[in-house]
Design a protein around this ligand. Structure first.
Ligand code: LLP
Length: 421
């Protein structure tokens, strides 16, 4: 459930009519709802209430906006970060260092060092090589880094191939059949406190079964490690829960996920950790856009050219993803339309032959479910700036990220003297 609803014929974010935001901030603009973020954070926590002291780390990559992170920090969430930049953000937003987990297949030397210096809670090590590098840095600092070893369970998450991470051929984690040996070797390093196993098989999962299979493999590995004399006190089960992008689509609710986790992990005797992203932020945001014009070419449906483009919301171009598209002030009239952005390539298409609210030049509309992997994946392609972001809370709203004009991006560029004349 989200807080973007029609009231008196006008789409609102909580108590704020979206035309008010369009007028004051301009379009395109991402609009987030605090009440929706809070609700999702609580529903997810509640779903895990059958577990002993679960640790929940919001996947910062899904929505790194500082205000969004602060909302989640206030809900007691930690952070799952994958770069030095995300680590800095999480701390700045008020997340406690000990509640931060550092994932990622290519942490640099500087990033490993930053994590150690900040005293983060856990590194999710993705290779033997990374483990030894971290051990060396930790020794130099006279510290011990708490670590989980990320395993690749070779499970097909049955999601889009670009966001599947747990198959043997994917770059993530260490192969399951070498995990015990690598874990035992790293556990001998004085700079490392090997304390757990981590797994994450993909994103936008519509089915719990692959997760259950992967978790089962983690359980067997934990037993094997203990038999070999290794200590295992933590298991990080990653993120991945899918959300509906189309009205009426059904996804397993967090409660079902929580029940499955409780069943599969019974007897593990570890602290369980989670890294949800999309399920918390996805439906807590929309991308508000204005129709620039409607044009016809040939006999087909009209092209609605909107002022948002693939650089602002890249998921349709990148994954062929569906985002519901709705008028902010629907007339009740429906039409089949192509919805495209202004960028000069055919890939800048949000939807072809979409049956949705009939719209005309000047009308406002939203792409729904844009709160996760939306603004954060933006680029400045075609010398378009970066879209502004707004957070709504009841009847008030604030700009939580300024629009960055193309000219500001250009300010970082220069033409060397030797090109002059
Ligand atoms: N943990 C790890 C290690 C991850 O790699 C990810 C997402 C998450 C947690 C959070 O997964 P979530 O709960 O959000 O599914 N840009 C793509 C999604 C990429 C996901 C990458 N990893 C999209 O727009 O669909």
């Amino acid at each position: 459930m989200d807080h973007f609803q029609l009231r008196d014929g006008v789409l609102h974010a909580e108590d704020v009519p979206l035309p008010t935001i369009a007028e004051e901030v301009g379009t395109p603009v991402y609009v987030y709802s605090r009440a929706t973020l809070v609700r999702h954070a609580r529903v997810f926590r509640e779903a895990l209430s059958g577990l002993k002291n679960p640790h929940i780390a919001f996947a910062v990559k899904s929505n790194p906006n500082l205000a969004v992170l602060r909302v989640l920090a206030n809900e007691g969430y930690g952070a799952d970060v994958v770069s030095g930049g995300e680590l800095t953000r999480a701390l700045k937003a008020g997340m406690k260092a000990e509640d931060i987990v550092f994932s990622g297949v290519g942490k640099t030397h500087a990033e490993l060092q930053q994590g150690l210096e900040e005293g983060i809670g856990q590194f999710n090590i993705e290779s033997e090589e990374e483990g030894y590098e971290l051990a060396a840095i930790a020794r130099r600092f006279g510290k011990r880094a708490a670590c989980a070893l990320r395993v690749n369970p070779d499970v097909d998450a049955r999601t889009h191939e670009k966001i599947s991470t747990g198959k043997r051929e994917n770059k993530f984690g260490v192969p399951l059949d070498r995990a015990a040996e690598i874990y035992a070797a790293l556990a001998k390093e004085e700079g490392l406190d090997m304390r757990g196993i981590a797994v994450h098989i993909g994103s936008q999962l519509g089915d719990l079964e692959p997760l259950e299979t992967a978790f089962g493999k983690v359980g067997a590995l934990i037993a094997e490690l203990r038999e070999a004399g290794c200590s295992v006190t933590h298991a990080d089960l990653g993120g991945g829960l899918g959300v509906p992008y189309k009205a009426g689509e059904e996804f397993p609710p967090p409660s079902e996920y929580g029940a499955m986790v409780a069943r599969v992990t019974q007897g593990w005797d570890v602290q369980l950790m989670f890294e949800p992203g999309r399920v918390i932020a996805g439906n807590a945001g929309v991308l508000l856009t204005r129709v620039i014009r409607s044009k016809r070419s040939g006999n087909g449906p009209p092209f609605l050219v909107v002022d948002a483009a693939m650089n602002d919301l890249t998921r349709p171009a990148m994954y062929g993803a569906w985002h519901d598209f709705e008028a902010v002030e629907p007339t009740g009239q429906k039409a089949v339309q192509h919805i495209v952005g202004p960028i000069c390539e055919t890939g800048d298409t949000f939807a072809m032959d979409r049956e949705c609210d009939a719209l005309a030049a000047g009308d406002l509309a939203v792409f729904r479910t844009a709160g996760a992997y939306g603004a954060t994946m933006a680029s400045s392609y075609n010398s378009r700036g970066f879209v502004a972001e707004v957070l709504v809370d009841g009847d008030k709203f604030a700009i939580v990220a300024d629009r960055i004009a193309a000219s500001a991006i250009m300010d970082a560029e220069r033409v060397p003297d030797w090109l002059e004349g």
